[in-house]
Structures are given as structure tokens and as C-alpha cells.
Design a protein around this ligand. Sequence first.
Ligand code: HPA
Length: 272
Amino acid sequence: MDELSRIHEACAYIRSICALPVEIGVVLGSGLGGFTDHVVIDKEIPYRDIPNFPVSTVEGHEGKLILGKMCAKNIIVMAGRFHYYEGYSPVEVVFPIRVLSLLGVKELLLSNAAGGVNPSFKVGDLMVIRDHISFGIINPLLGKNIDELGPRFPDMSEPYASERIRQGKAIASELGIDLKQGVYYGVTGPTFETRAEYKLIYNLGADAVGMSTVQEVIAAVHCGMKVFAISVITDLGIRDEENIITHQEVLDAANAAAPKLTAVFKNLIEKL
Ligand code: HPA
């Protein structure tokens, strides 16, 4: 079966469970699952039940689609995402994004945990992603283009919608949340970076680094979605002192920052 048919098959299954029309999609990163407490849930669909869906393996990623309402808007939430470092191909990583697109999603909100390389950042800061650098990942659009989804050579001059960034910043300011803004550097992981790599990433023009999001955003832009994304800075890569980074530390920092992120997403969804 070709990739487009596989995507259609997953969509047909999801529609058979829940016919709610959805235009807003949300992707939750490590430790940020608390967002779903604010969703009035209509249906939860475990990834393992959906034809052709990959299954999440990482601790802190729940692995289900949630369909429901937030601020009177229908939304579909990916609680758990797929990472290249888990062994999925780039095409598998973006499979759910394409499913969301064919289900009708036009606006995609993503969150992730990221290492800060901008020296002004602190652990627990939120950073709205204004742009990304994809040289450290494998482009998910390599191979035959699926013309039904989007063009062969997609424009990437504004992968993160400037109007959404403006709205996100205004919301954060109203809520008294210090929302940083910056460039996200995508890497494959699963190793955290060496000191030399963190320094290089900063010198290349990035403010934060992480192992997700960029492939999803490329696929989303290819499908014509508007994207808004926030990183939670869970660790700092450029300190000179002893600086061992653990997955637990990343999850703890993401959990602690989740209420701020939820508030920004919720208020933005209200305005969409
Ligand atoms: N590097 C890469 N990915 C990450 C980091 C990091 O320091 N923190 C959370 N995800």
C-alpha cells in the first residue's frame, strides 16, 4: 500500500470512532501531558489501535490521540509523539501529522523539551520557536513527493506563522509569563550534546536544541498548516561547570513548566 493510502486508512479509522470536525491539532512533548487535563474529552484512541500508526516507546509519552473540546473549539491532541532516535524512519515520524492534516487540521501547536544554548536562558523558561535549523536531522520529505499533500520544493521562509507568534507573545505578556523567542536546532539524539556541540549550535545561530519537532514542522508546512511551537528549556548546554544532563531532569523541568505552557496554548486556542 502506498503512503497516501496508509494515511487515508488511519484517517478513516479515526473518523469511524469520532466524526468531530477538527481544525486545531496539538502535539505534546516530554512531560507536558498535563495539558490534556484541560480538554473536555470526547474520545481517546490509543495509537496501537490506529491502522499504520507507529507506537511510542519513551517514558513520559503516553501514546494516544485525544479528541475533544477546549474553549469551545474542537481539538485533536497527540499525547506522545514519535522520534527518529526510537528507530522510526522520518516518514513514520511525520505520519501522524499527515493524518491530522487529512482530518482537517489547519492549525498545529507543538511543544517540546529543549536544551538552552542561549546564555540568557534559565531552566524552566518557555521559548516560542521563531525559526529552526534542520541540518542536524533527516528531512522527512526525502523521496518521491506525495503531490496530494504538498509541493516538491516547499517554501520554508516562515515555517512558524508570524501572526501566531505575535498572538502567543501578547498572550504570555497578559498572563505575566516571560516568553523568550528563538531558533530551535534539531538533532537526532539520543545522546545529549557534548560541550563542543552545544557551543557550536549556539555559534550557528540557535538558542535551543532538541530531538523532536523539526521533522513534524516540515511535514506540517508541506501540508499547508499554520504552525506555532513552544520549547520548554529543561537544561542548559553551555555552562562551564559540571553539567551532566539526565532524562529525569528533563522530565522534571518540563512537568514544572507545563502549567505555563498550557495557559499559553489554551489562550491561543481560544483566539483561533
Ligand atoms: N539536547 C537535545 N535535546 C534535548 C535537550 C538537550 O540538551 N534537552 C531536552 N531535549
